[in-house]
Design a protein around this ligand. Structure first.
Ligand SMILES: [Zn+2]
Length: 163
């Protein structure tokens, strides 16, 4: 298995046997900021390949995230990880459900690290905290009463995970 690891996966420090492990420069920067143990540092130096995702991959992920409604909660780093997994045809290791959700949409294989991965596609919906009106699309404030919207998950489709 070829795998792309997010920062939480790297911090956990236990990995199944893999042929190749990859991550993005953004993840390394995040880990640098948090401070790395010497173990993690040597793991990164010895076992991990750091690669940047392609422009094309980034665009595909951004388009898909707009369609699925995940774009609000997907960071630049998350987008890069998904794009790299697409480029490399790798499995993505993450506990982030937004990343997993989008991986499913894009046909990228994914695995949870500490927690079992999602098996259902999640759609995001929005509800006004003031009047309770529901919205399909994200906006800053409710058009009726001006209160802010809260996100909630709507599970829509049962998708058998493809192995
Ligand atoms: Zn409202």
């Amino acid at each position: 298995m070829k795998a792309v690891l997010d920062s939480s996966a790297l911090l956990v420090g236990k990995y199944p046997e893999m042929e190749e492990m990859l991550t993005t420069p953004d993840v390394i920067r995040e880990l640098e900021k948090k401070g790395m143990t010497s173990e993690l540092r040597s793991f990164i130096e010895v076992k991990l390949r750091v690669a940047s995702p392609s422009e094309e991959g980034m665009e595909r992920v951004m388009e898909a995230s707009l369609e699925s409604g995940d774009s609000e909660r997907l960071s630049q780093t998350d987008t890069g990880l998904l794009a790299l997994a697409l480029d490399e045809k790798a499995t993505i290791l993450t506990d982030d459900y937004s990343i997993q959700n989008l991986a499913m949409v894009l046909g990228i294989d994914y695995k949870g690290v500490m927690f079992p991965e999602i098996t259902k596609r999640v759609s995001w919906r929005y509800r006004c905290v003031g009047c309770g009106r529901r919205y399909e699309d994200h906006s800053e404030v409710c058009e009726v009463c001006g209160s802010r919207l809260r996100t909630y998950r709507k599970q829509e489709e049962n998708i058998e995970k493809q192995k």
